[in-house]
Design a protein around this ligand. Structure first.
Ligand code: URA
Ligand code: SF4
Length: 217
């Protein structure tokens, strides 16, 4: 077995023996696998059915998720919900999680501004994602944006070039890459925002199509 170097703490030091989703979720509450637990309100573990055909992987919880303790329940989550509905992917068949389970942020005025996790933090948190995949056994992993893709695929990915495609990943599952729904929110112009949204929803439709072909096979 590959073990972390001495002094190199990661989430793997906090994994429970029992690999049910519930015991993983409980154990993740006290993870100190990297420094991000220090400034966050709580661990935001994945959410969804114990076996799901699709696992959606985001970057990390946002401000609202940090407060509520659930993934994708803020503005990006609303876009995601709408796009899943448009792609006719039922929330019941989807497990939603993040590459990193704690919110990384800095004060910007009165707002908690999101900060991108470092590669070290991504790697430290990946054991949680790996066991989620092991337990949930999704047919398709969907990376929402560059951070998720980096964690799942194991190297940095040019999202704008690779989006809308299935690509090989170190985690060995059928892996699809698309943008992060927050990228839609960042578009200033209404038309651009709508256009980006439709492209995102049409990419999720490709995932739906693949699911259908898998279940027909
Ligand atoms: N953005 C993410 O990547 N994940 C969330 O859970 C919320 C916003
Ligand atoms: Fe543990 Fe991940 Fe939180 Fe770091 S971000 S403390 S590895 S759960």
């Amino acid at each position: 077995m590959v073990t972390e170097k001495a002094g190199n703490v990661s989430a793997s030091d906090f994994l429970p023996r029992n690999r049910s989703l519930e015991s993983l979720r409980q154990a993740a509450k006290s993870c100190k696998g990297c420094d991000l637990y220090l400034n966050a309100t709580q661990t935001v573990f994945g959410d969804g059915p114990g076996h799901a055909s699709v696992m959606l992987v985001g970057e990390q919880p946002g401000d609202i998720e940090d407060q509520k303790g659930e993934p994708f329940v803020g503005p990006a989550g609303r876009i995601l919900d709408r796009a899943l509905e448009d792609a006719r992917i039922s929330r019941d068949e989807v497990y939603v999680t993040n590459a990193v389970k704690h919110f990384k942020w800095i004060w910007r005025g009165k707002r908690r501004l999101h900060q991108k996790p470092s590669v070290r933090q991504l790697v430290a948190c990946r054991p949680w994602l790996e066991v989620e995949i092991e337990v949930v056994q999704p047919d398709i992993l969907v990376c929402l944006g560059a951070t998720a893709a980096q964690s799942v695929i194991g190297k940095s990915v040019a999202i704008m070039k690779e989006r809308g495609k299935f690509i090989d990943s170190v985690l060995g599952k059928l892996t699809f890459v698309t943008i992060h729904p927050s990228a839609i929110l960042r578009q200033r112009d209404n038309d651009d925002r709508e256009q980006e949204y439709h492209r995102f929803a049409s990419e999720l439709k490709l995932v739906k199509g693949k699911l259908q072909s898998l279940s027909a096979a």
